[in-house]
Write a protein that binds this ligand. Structure first.
Ligand code: NAP
Length: 273
């Protein structure tokens, strides 16, 4: 495996998940530099991981192959001001920041290759899926480097940047849709007599198993669904209720609304730069 040297700017939930994934995937602490402004937290990270920590990008970016930016969207402009002083065009910026267009980075950083990504929270358990899109100065090699890094926390898809809003609505926000479905299944399972822990185990493994079936089967989800639903049976009865109550339309409207909101947030982020 090609182990690029990596600096992570912002070691919160997502940056921390990537850090754990990289260490599990074979990166060593010597390959990784963590940029964490708050020294007590930096000390904790040093202690826990053995990685070098610095409090400002100007001390940790020089010589890194890849710089991962994992700060919240509202912190992006401060971070870009710091990075603009030190990042060079022979490094790659892999941005994990939701909704911020590549144009914002390129305006701030000039010719630095940028890979914009959209991860999702199952990255925290190594089961994420991250979409990535390349900026104007990023080559296939840069994309391959980003893919290797992001693979540490799950699967990776390459998409055109124009599709990032749809990705955000489907896989970025998607875990919340699955949790809402789970909440409803658990609540009704409990009302029907299951104890809460059993109801949760049954639901969680059912959603996970259905996901694995979709990933491994050649059949479409609609075919898999039909196979569970024998005529006159219990599943058919449940699906008839979902159909009557417009389940599919509700979900489609929700995904469309998330896409629209992602477009709006991107426009705000671009306007602020
Ligand atoms: N978590 C998710 O579900 C998820 C999913 C998809 C995408 N993302 C994206 O991932 C990014 C990070 O989200 P998160 O949930 O991991 O946020 P988080 O837990 O708040 O982590 C962000 C970290 O960045 C630090 N930070 C802010 N400005 C910095 C700077 N200039 N230099 C160094 N560190 C800095 C913050 O420190 P302080 O706390 O001290 O400010 C914090 O530790 C976001 O842009 C989000 O859109 C997250």
């Amino acid at each position: 495996m090609d182990r690029s040297s990596i600096a992570i700017v912002g070691v919160g939930a997502m940056g921390g998940a990537l850090l754990s994934g990289l260490l599990e995937a074979g990166w060593t602490p010597a390959d990784l530099t963590l940029i964490e402004a708050y020294e007590p937290r930096a000390a904790e990270l040093r202690e826990a991981t053995g990685c070098r920590t610095v409090t400002v990008p100007s001390d940790g970016i020089d010589g890194q192959d890849i710089v991962v930016l994992a700060v919240k969207p509202q912190d992006i402009h401060g971070a870009l001001l710091q990075l603009a002083e030190v990042l060079t065009a022979d490094q790659v910026l892999v941005a994990l920041v939701a909704g911020v267009p590549i144009s914002v980075y390129e305006r701030a950083l000039g010719e630095v290759p940028v890979i914009r990504t959209m991860p999702n929270t199952p990255a925290l358990v190594g089961e994420g899926i991250t979409a990535c899109a390349a900026g104007a100065h990023a080559t296939a090699d840069h994309l391959a480097m980003a893919r290797t890094v992001l693979s540490a926390v799950g699967l990776v898809e390459e998409v055109d940047e124009a599709l990032m809003d749809a990705v955000t609505a489907v896989s970025g926000s998607g875990p919340a849709y699955a949790y809402l479905l789970a909440e409803a299944m658990v609540a009704e399972g409990i009302r029907q007599g299951l104890d809460p822990a059993t109801a949760l185990r049954l639901t969680a493994r059912t959603i996970r198993g259905a996901g694995t079936m979709m990933e491994t089967s050649d059949d479409d989800p609609s075919v898999l669904r039909e196979r569970v639903a024998s005529p006159g049976g219990t599943t058919a009865e449940a699906l008839a209720v979902m159909d009557r109550r417009g389940f599919v339309d509700v979900v489609r409207e929700a995904v469309a609304a998330a896409t629209d909101r992602s477009i709006e947030l991107g426009e705000i982020a671009a306007g602020q730069s």
